[in-house]
Design a protein around this ligand. Sequence first.
Ligand code: SF4
Ligand code: SF4
Length: 411
Amino acid sequence: MKTKRKGSSFNSLNSKRELESVFLFTTGKCNAKCAMCFYANDMEKKADDLSFDEIRKLSESAGNFKRLWLSGGEPTLREDLPEIVEMFYKNNHITDLNFPTNGIKTERLIEWLTRLRKSCPECNISVSISLDGFGQTHDTQRGIPSFYRAAETLKKIDDNFKDDGHVLKNIATVITKYNVEEVVDFITWVYGRFNVSTHTIEAARGATREDGIKVLTEKSLVEIQDKIAPYYLLYAKRIGEGMNFIGRGMTKFFYVGLMRAMYTLRAKNLEKPCCWNMDCTAGETTLVIDYDGRFRACELRDPIGKVQDYDCNVQAIMSGDAMKKEIAAIGHGYTANCWCTHGCWMMSSITFNPGKMISMLIKANRETKQLSRLNPVQVDEAKLRELEAKYHLDIEKLGQIGLVEKTAGAA
Ligand code: SF4
Ligand code: SF4
């Protein structure tokens, strides 16, 4: 039986600023070597990961909050991750789990998702697999051969949780010099070959492992975003399948609006910090905890303390002087002095600025509709085959994974 997904916290307007999202870097270990990794320097420190007991104290002191964002390092390398998630479900009543992964540990991921669906039945789990481009492009950017593995993981998750509305499958692509020329084709191919709920693009951010890979300008990013805008209408339709008329309409309005609004803000901030026209609520509604216990208001600002110095008490951290000073340093509204391209914080902040949100979403929906009329997209088997040939994908491997008919190789 198909299980329906409950609304995400992104769909709820909330003007009361309280802790909503905890970003937990579960481990400093990783099995990839991504050129655009903004956490490589932190992982190089090779400090110890927070212990289970330290994380337990954090969970027990945090009170209820909605979203747990796993991060790292590679989250699947932390052996006790299912227990950690279950603890936050029990203690903090999280409703949304964001689970980014490079998709290399296929069997483990399926096993853990199966377990978490039983132990945390009301929690929406968004699995976000990194796929950066076609075949070799992905492997070059990720520093290890993992394209077909990650694709297989995604396919297996779809096969195992096809009818489970609580498991959302996403693909995340970071744009760098390696994939900038093919990213629009890649969006097309992903939409046609994978049954995912969304495919987000990110501009490489922070201090990357490899220098010189950030090649986007505001103009080139806007061009890419305009070309891919029609796909977000298609994704909204896909997410809304099975919902009633009102549900479909609301899903389309919020999904298309949020994606376009986020992309517009990101492009504006790519070359220089530029006011979001709303507060960034980092530090008020979000807490980032590094794998070794340092904490921050957001991923892009410096650590402002160590959770161990607060006896791992989240209430004490959020109300402490260090966080108060940090929130004051970030500032508010037009007088704020900290703006960036980070989509997660834009999305989160939009929901805490309901007055601004509605006008941004109306504008974003109008623009997306216009772009879809100007550039209607067509994704059919012939187009997909053409892309697979153009980017030299191994059809036999895609057939083994189940993404194409096995006979397609003969074409
Ligand atoms: S981006 Fe993620 S997967 Fe890649 S090296 Fe960094 S932590 Fe690992
Ligand atoms: S604008 Fe960006 S860098 Fe500044 S506090 Fe918000 S998320 Fe962090």
